[in-house]
Write a new protein. Structure first.
Lengths: 803, 342
């Protein structure tokens, strides 16, 4: 919201600097995002009178003497075509800063400092300036658009700084307005806050007018959609004389970034800025049947808007129609057919309240965002609609651009709010919420400054809420109004003196997750975090089949881009992408993990909460191999006091010979493996990469609570066995049979694998360390028997020999 | 016999004269003292000695053996210590070479900050609650007093999955789930990922928030301030102060924006705080009455406050991370730097 200081000064006697006002506004909840000083780049420019002027032959230049009052008289060489003796113009003295303009004399190319110099050998001690060189145009200062010197009135004092004369000493406050205060999307709204924070009275804009009575052909207004158009006010103005607006009006619009169009349109724009109420003016000639109907558009109905775009509408769109056709998109843009033209003579002014989401939906659906739609989306109030209409009529009268009739058509509906709201709040309750003691009188004073009607009786403060404050609802809103003016500095920190004691901390599940993370970190892994969404291309990258369950991903209806358009069903693509990124950046080796959710739809498209499953992704590459990864997976198991089993398996993106599924108590809880050479080649990976993905919740649910087991009374015994087996016999098979053969076996650890000449073809040797744990009696003398039993079981089941 | 002994003594002296290692000494020792060694053979020959001579003979032989053993043992000791010195010399290493460590990895900065926040607040009696990341319109908006026509609900901010389901835009959604199931006193922290349709230098479409909620009898704005003062001191340093200023959130009233005094310059103004001396860290406020009512908590009996902060923002401020994107790239050169942070 842009508010020029000069405009605010019309309504409030502001006697503090712009910077102080910025701080004051900040303290009461209005952050000034930018304080724009209009003439900040202009300095050292004074009023100069050309007292001598002599054209230099053969050039377009003139040699002048310029009287700059107490600054002196300077010799200045000037190339403008309107320089002549007796004129006054802005004169930039040596050392002054003004804008440098391009060849077109309009486009600003930067700031330049004036130096003493020579033009075609003629000395010049300064520069006479154009409007553009001071950052002005015709709207900001009449005549400033001329492509020559900016001529100043004779009464301006020679040598005086030009900035106050030209309005260049003004400031514009660019204020961020919170969503609860749409009433402050207006100069008047800001002025009210300024008055309150400076403890001043505000002067309301003049909204008076003298309607001319007469017998006019009736205009009929019907509101057929009161739920989204709670109020519609129309007023008939005749004998309209379209023309240009006066300088003060054009300047106000220009300061807020609006272009002047014609007096009637400018008045609607001016009032929109002033009251935050968009207005519209219809050329009555074009309203068939002298009638206005506010209704939802029919399906497929069409309108061509002012900017000559045609739109096909739906009943979602509110339209303003005449007796036959739509003539405006309510709150968004007028129709081309009813636009004000130079020869327009009769106008119907509109000031209405349209519902926020109706306007927003229309603006979004049609891609038409205007100043008007922005205001309606934030919310307008009926008080402002009434005032804005009166203000516009006042200006019509004041500018003499039409005859304001007495035909005022005010359509109120069941949804209208025309009365002031009354409420009673308790002073004690407000103080109880704030935690401090604000005196009741001070409360009443603050609220009074904000135009609330106040009546204090004991603890009760009865309030009349200004009609534009639709945000005020309960006593906490009043508490906020009070504290933002009483000052947040008065809030002293206390520490829940009245609250009950509660036990805080992590749940057991959260503790388990943290423990797992710590375990992984202690194994040298770095934790990463990647986006929860990716694209179908990421699944393609890992060769998932079209009918793979991973393809059943939830789509985002409005993704930022196709790259981030589906909710992930597996963490593997994210992990692989991170590995690829690391290798491309020259990080030759690494170990990473991520614990995040995947999202599994019950049905697609989804109509119910999907399952959110926590997964563990592991990724290692470079100097590490499969068994490094497997070691990490085993650590995950240990963190939950679990021992995993592994069986060969296949995954579309993993090496078919170097991939295992992970089992826990017979339940599949994940997989690990080497990224397949074909995927690696497609990704141009120059190092081997290994990926695992584990089902966190399945593992956590199987977790065995830790229990201490008593130490054996008798010593454990260990034996090493070197075995010769078929090359395709797996370690897991052997381990399983060793355990099966003897109940005293408490641990089996592989410590060597040998393949080679010393043993036969298609054979390998594996050496295990077996630990026997005694139960109730020593077992030293039984070990030989155990070993025999183990060996015969291995021979029988797996054709294994002792080496 | 005497001669024989003399001879043996001499041959022992000769044999050990040039001995260099304890290993060759051992061989020599065996030659004389071993089972079949020369001295042992003499001992065995005692059988052939006439019985009357045996005692004197025995004495002599024993003396010889003792003499020999002593000789060897003295020499052995010398050789051993010499050899040990050599071994020490040979095995000397460059102790200044770098140590070999089983290197730790590191937690993600978000986890570090999250854990720190939880430990600060759990000390004050907060429990942790984690809600779903996919929410419906009710929990994410309606129950949080965000009316249907509120601009925050528009498609440009929220990722929708269906008419009703969406990616939560705020961890505040968790507030409702807690208050529906638990009655005051309530003190919860709700950390988690949230999603907004924003992607530029300072915004990421996925980020993390930490929401705090207290509902009990007699909770005031001053209590909110007190708790946030404590938080700021623990996270950013002892001298750090907080400042409240008015703001707006649909689910709190009054609502405040909370700034902390700049911990980089102490409030004098620097690049970090853009010269203002203050840094915006979180939004907060007194829980809106409608929110309490919606959860069947009587707003005339109970009041409460809520606060919500961006975990990435805190992490970036705390560690001086200059680009939010780095947090989601998984570059090991980035991760490595957080080694040792706990």
């Amino acid at each position: 919201m842009k508010a020029p200081l000069s405009w605010l000064k019309d309504y409030v006697d502001i006697d503090v600097s712009a910077e102080t006002l910025q701080e004051k506004l900040f303290s009461c909840g209005f952050e000034v995002e930018e304080l724009i000083e209009l003439g900040k780049d202009i300095s050292g420019v004074v009023v100069g009178e050309v007292v001598e002027c002599e054209s230099v032959e053969g050039t377009h230049l003139s040699k002048c003497k310029v009287d700059c009052g107490d600054k002196g008289v300077f010799r200045i060489c000037c190339g403008a075509d309107n320089v002549k003796k007796g004129i006054k113009a802005p004169c930039a003295l040596v050392g002054a800063t003004v804008y440098a303009t391009a060849k077109d004399h309009v486009t600003i190319e930067g700031v330049m400092t004036i130096k003493k110099g020579k033009l075609r050998g003629i000395e010049s001690e300064g520069m006479l300036c154009s409007g553009a060189e001071l950052g002005l145009n015709d709207d900001l200062y009449s005549g400033a658009g001329y492509c020559g010197l900016l001529l100043l009135p004779a009464e301006y004092k020679n040598g005086a700084d030009v900035k106050p004369y030209l309005g260049l000493d003004d400031y514009i406050f660019d204020i961020s307005i919170t969503a609860n205060r749409p009433d402050c999307q207006s100069i008047v709204g800001i002025a009210r806050e300024v008055a309150a924070v400076l403890n001043k009275k505000m002067r309301e804009p003049d909204c008076s007018y003298n309607p001319v009575k007469g017998k006019y052909a009736q205009i009929k207004i019907t509101d057929d959609a009161p739920d989204i158009c709670p109020r519609y006010i129309g007023h008939y103005v005749k004998d309209v004389k379209c023309g240009t607006s006066p300088e003060w009006l054009r300047k106000r619009l220009a300061l807020c970034g609006l272009r002047s169009i014609s007096n009637v349109v400018d008045i609607t724009n001016f009032v929109m800025l002033e009251y935050g109420q968009p207005m519209h003016a219809f050329d009555l000639r074009t309203l068939e049947g002298r009638e206005v109907v506010v209704r939802r558009a029919a399906m497929g109905e069409k309108i061509v808007t002012l900017d000559e775009n045609e739109f096909e509408l739906t009943p979602e769109n509110l339209v303003i129609c005449d007796g036959k056709k739509p003539v405006a998109l309510a709150g968004v843009m007028g129709g081309l057919n009813s636009e004000i033209k130079d020869d327009t003579q009769e106008v119907l002014f509109e000031a209405a309240k349209f519902a926020r989401d109706s306007v927003r939906k229309t603006a979004r659906a049609l891609g038409q965002h205007t100043d008007s739609s922005a205001l309606f989306e934030k919310g307008v109030n009926e008080y402002s609609a009434e005032r804005a209409m009166a203000r516009a009529l006042h200006l019509i009268e004041k500018l003499g651009c039409g005859v304001v009739t007495d035909m005022h058509i005010d359509v109120t509906t069941a949804y209208s709010r025309t009365n002031e709201k009354k409420m009673t709040v308790s002073v004690d309750k407000i103080n109880a919420l704030l935690g401090i003691e604000v005196p009741a009188k001070r409360m009443a004073e603050i609220l009074g400054n904000l135009n609330f009607g106040t009546a204090l009786k004991g603890d009760n403060l009865t309030l009349t809420v200004p009609r534009y404050r639709e945000d005020v609802d309960g006593y906490p809103d009043i508490a906020e109004e009070i504290i933002r003016f009483y000052g947040y500095d008065n809030i002293e920190g206390t520490f829940l003196p009245s609250a009950s004691i509660t036990n805080g901390g992590f749940t057991d599940e959260q503790k388990a997750e943290l423990k797992l993370k710590d375990t992984l970190v202690s194994k040298g892994l770095y934790e990463i975090s990647t986006y929860s969404f990716y694209s179908a291309k990421d699944l393609d990258m890992l060769h998932f089949a079209d009918d793979a369950t991973e393809r059943r991903a939830i789509r985002i209806l409005n993704p930022i881009s196709e790259d981030l358009s589906i909710m992930r069903t597996t963490l593997a693509p994210s992990m692989v992408n991170v590995i690829v990124r690391n290798l491309r950046r020259g990080n030759a080796s690494g170990k990473l993990f991520e614990i995040s959710k995947i999202f599994l739809a019950k049905t697609l498209p989804i109509n119910d909460f999907p399952e959110e499953k926590m997964r563990i992704a592991l990724g290692i590459w470079g100097k590490y191999d499969f068994f490094d990864l497997k070691g990490i997976v085993e650590c995950v198991g240990s963190a939950f006091n679990l021992k995993f089993e592994y069986e060969p398996c296949e995954k579309p993106f993993l090496h078919p010979g170097i991939t295992a599924k992970v089992l826990c108590d017979g339940v599949e809880v994940g997989y690990l493996g080497m990224l397949s050479p074909s995927v690696a080649e497609e990704l141009a990976l120059e190092r081997f990469a290994y990926v695992a993905e584990l089902d966190y919740e399945a593992i956590a649910s199987l977790a065995k609570p830790f229990r201490y087991s008593p130490l054996p009374k008798f010593a454990e015994v260990q034996r090493d066995l070197a075995l010769t087996c078929n090359a395709d016999t797996t370690c897991a098979q052997i381990e399983k049979e060793i355990y099966a053969a003897c109940k005293y076996v408490s641990d089996v650890k592989l410590f060597d694998v040998y393949l080679g000449a010393q043993i036969g073809k298609n054979k390998k040797s594996m050496a295990f360390k077996i630990t026997f744990t005694p139960k109730d009696e020593p077992i030293e003398n039984k070990i030989d028997g155990f070993v025999k039993k183990i060996l015969s079981n291995l021979k029988f089941k797996l054709d294994i020999e002792l080496r | 016999m005497q001669d024989k002994i003399k001879e043996i003594e001499k041959s022992i002296d000769d044999a050990i004269k040039d001995v260099q290692s304890s290993k060759s000494l051992q061989e020599i020792k065996m030659r004389f003292l071993g089972k079949t060694g020369e001295i042992s053979s003499l001992m065995k020959n005692m059988r052939d000695v006439p019985p009357e001579q045996r005692p004197s003979m025995g004495k002599i032989l024993n003396a010889l053996r003792e003499w020999t053993e002593e000789k060897f043992s003295a020499l052995e000791k010398r050789l051993k210590s010499f050899e040990l010195e050599k071994k020490y010399r040979d095995e000397k290493i460059d102790v200044t070479l770098p140590g070999r460590i089983a290197e730790d990895g590191a937690l993600h900065p978000n986890t570090l900050v999250r854990n720190e926040l939880i430990s600060i607040f759990s000390g004050m009696g907060f429990e942790v609650f984690e809600g779903p990341e996919i929410e419906n319109d009710y929990y994410n908006f309606t129950a949080l007093n965000t009316p249907a026509d509120h601009p925050a609900r528009d498609m440009q901010d929220t990722f929708y999955l269906s008419n009703d389901l969406l990616l939560r835009t705020q961890t505040s959604a968790g507030q409702i789930r807690v208050m529906e199931n638990k009655k005051p006193p309530i003190k919860i922290l709700s950390p988690g990922k949230v999603y907004r349709s924003d992607d530029d230098a300072t915004h990421s479409p996925m980020f993390s928030q930490m929401e705090g909620l207290v509902v009990d009898r007699g909770i005031t704005l001053c209590d909110l301030k007190g708790m946030l003062d404590e938080f700021a001191r623990k996270i950013f340093g002892a001298g750090v102060k907080t400042r409240l200023r008015p703001s707006y959130f649909p689910f709190t009233e009054p609502s405040v924006e909370v700034d902390v005094s700049c911990f980089e310059c102490g409030g004098k103004g620097c690049r970090l705080c853009k010269g203002t001396g203050w840094i915006e860290v979180l939004g907060a406020g007194m829980v809106n009455r409608h929110v309490l009512e919606g959860c069947d908590i009587d707003p005339d009996e109970y009041t409460g406050f809520a606060f919500g902060m961006g975990i990435e923002r805190i992490a970036m401020l705390k560690y001086g991370i200059n680009n939010m994107k780095l947090l989601f790239e998984g570059d090991t050169r980035f991760s490595k730097q957080f080694k040792g942070e706990k």
